[in-house]
Design a binder for this molecule. Structure first.
Ligand SMILES: NC(=O)c1ccc[n+]([C@@H]2O[C@H](COP(=O)([O-])OP(=O)(O)OC[C@H]3O[C@@H](n4cnc5c(N)ncnc54)[C@H](OP(=O)(O)O)[C@@H]3O)[C@@H](O)[C@H]2O)c1
Length: 283
């Protein structure tokens, strides 16, 4: 049984491989990477590394030779992802890969998030391909909310535009463990899992929890979409990323980041990492 992972040198892919190693032998795992020079740590663990660049079609079909299960971790260049994913799906068909799991987005079919469009398109391509599939519809990573935690503590204020919208995020480690479980067990063909945290929080509660962890009062300040856009832009974030972050908060108000699905905790057999532990890890 050969299980191949795209984006194997990325943040999620790296943890998927760690989790797979707990379930199967290293020689069952194939790491598909854009740049093999960045994957020597995987070779050292007896994991086969194959070059695989979505933008270089000639690398795709050969790298998928003999693969029984493929995990397509969604690419990270927003706006270019549908053709990149299509290239992988087409190559999987040509190479005779029978099964593909794809890291999608929570409720991708109905989500109002701007990011959902490419996931919808990719899910359709996969369904139309005739391959057996599993959609791992990941909600937001908790890490997204904690990337600037040191700065938040320094200034005593958490900024956002999500009002009191609730967020059922989970940590990369939770989503990675679910992916590894799906890849190493049966019964997941043509299933769609809505993967979200066991608990939810608002940004105001997050500010309080960060304050508790740092022994300091942290206030949440809610901004309008325009004010938040301006603030993030002035902080030096690229326009595309600012758009994604502000859109996520605005859609959070309407419930786009909330889910009471238990698919994730059922797959991993435990509650997801709670936000307090994610804060501690970030600190
Ligand atoms: N749910 C969420 O909150 C959330 C947040 C952010 C992103 N995402 C999505 O989830 C994915 C995984 O998250 P992550 O944190 O692991 O992101 P990441 O660390 O940026 O990993 C993305 C991976 O995609 C690979 N990649 C990008 N372009 C490629 C190409 N042309 N050919 C082959 N590989 C390519 C990268 O290769 P290199 O290692 O060579 O760079 C990297 O390994 C992201 O790509 C994005 O689609 C979800």
């Amino acid at each position: 049984m050969k299980i191949a992972i795209t984006g194997a040198t990325g943040q999620l892919g790296s943890i998927v491989i760690e989790k797979l190693l707990l379930q199967t032998e290293a020689n069952n795992i194939v790491a598909l990477v854009r740049n093999p020079a960045n994957a020597t740590h995987l070779t050292a663990q007896n994991i086969e590394v194959r070059e695989f660049d979505y933008d270089r079609p000639e690398t795709l079909v050969p790298a998928l030779s003999g693969i029984d299960k493929l995990l397509l971790i969604s690419a990270n260049e927003v706006g270019r992802r549908t053709p990149q994913h299509k290239a992988v799906i087409d190559a999987a068909k040509v190479a005779g890969v029978p099964y593909l799991a794809y890291t999608s987005l929570l409720r991708a079919d109905t989500s109002p998030l701007g990011l959902a469009q490419e996931h919808r398109e990719t899910e359709k391509l996969i369904q139309d391909s005739g391959l057996r599939y599993t959609f791992l519809r990941n909600n937001w990573y908790s890490e997204n909310y904690l990337a600037g935690v040191a700065h938040t503590i320094e200034i005593g204020t958490l900024f956002g535009a999500a009002q009191d919208g609730r967020i059922s995020s989970a940590s990369r480690i939770d989503y990675a463990e679910a992916a590894a479980k799906v890849l190493t067990s049966t019964g997941h063909d043509n299933q769609t899992y809505e993967l979200a945290g066991s608990q939810s929080f608002s940004l105001s509660e997050l500010a309080t929890l960060i304050g508790q962890a740092a022994s300091k009062t942290i206030n949440y300040q809610n901004l309008s979409a325009e004010e938040y856009t301006q603030g993030l832009t002035q902080a030096g974030l690229p326009a595309g990323l600012v758009e994604v972050i502000v859109d996520a908060d605005i859609q959070t108000i309407q419930g786009a980041m909330y889910s009471d699905s238990q698919d994730l905790e059922q797959l991993i057999g435990r509650k997801t990492t709670n936000i307090q532990d994610a804060i501690k890890a970030a600190l």
